[in-house]
Design a protein around this ligand. Structure first.
Ligand code: MN
Length: 129
């Protein structure tokens, strides 16, 4: 990754370590923090997820949203009580505090952008929807 004189950062994803998502949160999933806490970005972080076929990101919720773009593969995403089949080219917005989970039916690659700070009040229970 190159840092430029204006504060920009330019890199290739393959140079970013693909870290396993901890087993309490997922199976067969890796995350690359393309733009994260170590960057100069103040407002948004960009992560690249790769989930092997048969992998699963377990149900969870948190007081910030996700903006997702699916790069390749096929999978399903549950958002609240609705489950969507997604593949290359799909985009998703997942609101704060709504429970969500993902399954990779084929190796799934997606970008997930999050705010650098929570954007909603933390709730003890997920929003019912
Ligand atoms: Mn999440």
């Amino acid at each position: 990754m190159a840092r430029g004189r204006c504060g920009e950062a330019v890199g290739h994803y393959s140079e970013v370590e693909a870290k396993p998502v901890p087993s309490e949160m997922a199976e067969k999933a890796r995350i690359r923090w393309l733009i994260g806490e170590g960057s100069r970005a103040k407002n948004f972080y960009m992560r690249l997820f790769t989930v092997e076929k048969g992998g699963h990101i377990k149900p969870h919720f948190h007081p910030w949203e996700h903006e997702i773009f699916v790069l390749k593969g096929k999978g399903r995403v549950r958002i609240g009580s609705s489950t969507y089949t997604v593949g290359e080219g799909y985009y998703l917005y997942i609101p704060p505090n709504v429970e969500h989970e993902y399954w990779a039916d084929e190796e799934l690659w997606f970008i997930c952008v999050i705010p650098s700070r929570p954007t909603a009040e933390k709730t003890e229970e997920p929003v019912r929807c």
